[in-house]
Design a protein around this ligand. Structure first.
Ligand code: UT7
Length: 322
């Protein structure tokens, strides 16, 4: 095997749309503040769909489009920071529901960098003999980890899932990534913190909602994302000008514009869909990728950079030929 080919993509979001104006019913916020600070106009919010259900809804049509029998899958990775259960993993639930009985399946936790982390792990596993086909999913129900009374975070996130099918190939599709972890800054973005005390029996723990130091995370993103992309392009021997599309994690439209500026690249290369979905964490990049492919903006042969950043803290970039 020489490389990996991206065969098909798809995405799914809950039907319910919550607009910025809807949020003003209980939050001291405004459409004007949210739009100017973030670029978000609305988000999709679960009405009961769990993470595995969104992952499945994203995956099934991709398998159909590719004409792949689920039994032909060797690997399923779900990147998520909002699994439905501690166990079984979301990926195991997807594997069972698809009837992908030959596939090994596991979750990967790297927050908003999760999809690119998962693509990278899948690429390594597909290098092994006997592992040919992978389903890589980013899926989140962020709405269940938010404090809906906290205007500084509740307005930012949305729910959704995106899926990508990868196949080992003898062709050269270029697939170079650089991952990084900044664990000493992990306190800037947290969700689901659990605590145990010495006393027994331990109470069943309640999960703490998402917290974020917005300004610190903003600084992190605008400095570390360009560095991550530059490292990746240097490792691949490609100049920023040669890249056709930069698909950045959709956390804030202002961050995307800053990164474009630092890379000295035209904004037209940086598609945005944050207005419609908000920040869907690990799902944001596969949703954007799928939309751009389906719209015909990304064509076979184009050079793509996908770059994620967030909880951990983490960064992750990959350059690939579609
Ligand atoms: O995917 C994970 C990675 N996440 C990110 O990359 C997010 C990075 N950070 C950001 O995108 C931005 O920091 C935010 C969008 C989260 C916040 O924007 P900001 O320009 O940094 O605003 P701020 O936090 O400095 O807050 C400015 C003001 C504050 O009021 P005072 O202290 O100036 O009086 C906030 O209390 O805006 C206030 N504020 C709001 N006002 C209306 C905070 N949230 C809201 C709100 N509506 N929803």
């Amino acid at each position: 095997m020489k490389s990996v080919k991206l065969i098909a993509t798809n995405h799914a979001v809950p039907a319910r749309v919550v607009t910025n104006d809807d949020l003003t019913a209980w939050l001291d916020t405004s459409d004007e503040w949210i739009t100017t600070r973030t670029g978000i106009k609305q988000r999709h919010v679960s009405t009961g769909e769990n993470t595995a259900a969104l992952a499945l809804a994203a995956s099934r049509p991709a398998l159909e489009a590719a004409g792949w029998d689920p039994e032909s899958l060797d690997l399923i990775i779900v990147a998520t920071m909002t699994p439905d259960d501690y166990m079984p993993s979301t990926a195991a639930q997807v594997q069972g529901a698809l009837g992908a009985s030959r596939a090994v399946a596991f979750d990967l936790s790297a927050a908003c960098s999760g999809f690119v982390y998962a693509l990278t792990v899948a690429r390594q596993m597909l290098a092994a003999p006997g592992c040919r086909r992978a389903l890589v999913i980013g899926a989140e129900v962020m709405s269940k980890v938010l404090d809906w009374q906290d205007r500084s975070t509740a307005v930012l996130f949305g729910d959704g899932a995106g899926a990508a099918l990868l196949e080992a190939t003898a062709e050269d599709h270029l697939w170079v990534s650089r991952l990084a972890t900044f664990g000493d800054q992990g306190h800037d973005l947290t969700a689901g913190k659990t605590t145990v005390t010495a006393a027994l029996p331990h109470p069943v723990s309640d999960l703490a909602p998402l917290t974020m130091d917005g300004r610190s995370t903003y600084r992190f993103a605008t400095h570390q994302v360009p560095a991550s992309i530059q490292d990746t392009l240097a490792a691949a021997g490609i100049s920023p000008d040669e890249v056709d599309h930069y698909l950045l994690h959709q956390a804030n439209a202002r961050i995307v514009r800053q990164v474009a500026k630092r890379l000295d690249q035209p904004l037209e290369k940086f598609p945005l869909n944050i207005a419609r979905y908000g920040n869907t964490a690990a799902a944001s990049e596969p949703i954007l990728l799928d939309e751009q492919i389906k719209a015909g903006a990304i064509k076979r042969g184009d050079l793509l950079v996908l770059s994620g950043f967030g909880g951990g803290l983490t960064t992750a970039s990959i350059v690939m030929q579609y």
